[in-house]
Design a protein around this ligand. Sequence first.
Ligand code: ADP
Length: 496
Amino acid sequence: MHVATNYQDVFDHANDAIFIHDEASGAILDANRMAARITGFPVPLLRKMRVGDISARDRGCDGLGALAHIHRAVDEGPQIFEWWLRQPDGSELPTEVNLKRIITDGHPRVIALVRDIRDRKQAEERLVAREAYYRRLIANISDGIAILDRCGVVRWVGPSIRKVLGFREREVRGRSIFSRIDQEDAARLAGQLEALARSEGGEANFCCRIQHRDGSWRIHEGSCVNLLEDDCVGGLLVTFRDVTSRIEAEERVRQRDLELSHMARLSTTGEMASALAHELNQPFFAIMNFVGGAVRRAQAGRLDGDALLEVLENTKVQAERAGRIIRTVRNFTRKSSYHRETVDIRKIIEEIAPFIEIEARSRRIRVRYRLLREPALVDCDWVLIEQVIANIARNGIEAMSDTSQELRQLTIATHLTAAGTVNVSIEDRGHGLPRANPDRIFDAFFTTKKEGLGIGLSLCRSIVDSHGGHLWATQGGGGGAKFHFSLPLASGDAHV
Ligand code: ADP
């Protein structure tokens, strides 16, 4: 069936505005209904108007410009461009114009298809504004931010790199991060990146030394997210910040703790002099007895080889005992440099136990241990944690001076918590904590003792804090005090 096409109807009802122009003068020869709708002028009026009359001049759209486009469509072929219309009420409308030369009724004309692109324009503007917003955010961020490929080559870097590491963006782009990372850290970081690149969406934290443009080495902490499969990013997104001053400050605090701790140890041993004298007296007294007895028996001619051997063996045992006591004290007072290692908390307690027991024995106090059956590993400075235990234990021992002898007992216990820490508690049966505001005991220089310095507990708290743990005190079950401190389990040992 042949359907007669009525081109006038198609023209009138088209969804785009259509203008027919004279190719030489640019005059509007005809326009459709949509043209009337988007310009705001009725078709008969449009036929008498010029393009300049319906265009937004202040946006650079005027009659001359329109004519130039029309002539280009004639000379060079179809033209597509954006054009701003101006409606009778003054409002402006963005459009996309498609110009093409055609021959109708034997006359050369230029036909303009004009489409309202207000929605598209608004969406574009929103996009541009959003981009500007994110650009500003990234420009003002103080952390470093970069996108790396899976081998660590910088594909993009934020302008903050200037503040963070002194470089311009272009000095870093296209280069491997490893050229400025400390060798030892670089090996570790390369392993981390490789593992991360294999886990889509995965995240990893890192800490490494990076050389600043000025040549100084700075410590950086940061995180890296695998967005290799993400269409927008397509790389490993890294943010990092310079934490050198924080780490150096922490190091200074640790050094100070170490020095204070050493002083406290020396003063502890000084205060323990009488207990030590008593402790050492026993093996020396025994040695005197053995030797004295042997001399008497030799004088009486009653010392045969076997008897002499027995005396010498006994003497040796006692000399060794005295040696052990001296070694314990020497170990306790040794000056140690700051050194973190992964150790079983039970080992630390076992090492300090003989020292605590010297004083406990001299005051007729029993020391009980309730330690975990399995190892509990913590990253700590062995010497400092020993110091904490020894300090608290000594306080407990001193607090029991008025406790009746059969009740005197110090209990040292360890247990694991659901929070991934190991807790150490030291409980005595002494006079208990001060009733008013008991937390004061942790203040520096707070003491209720005549000869007290009041730095022991404040030092203990700062040592435990620097290990990421907590130290606190409660009333003990037997009326005395119970001190607790927690330490995070070494990573990989959070087996609760
Ligand atoms: P010092 O032992 O020199 O006084 P500390 O900082 O070790 O310094 O202790 C501060 C104060 O805390 C002690 O003087 C005492 O009042 C209180 N205290 C510490 N341990 C105990 C305890 N086990 N029982 C009761 N009070 C305690």
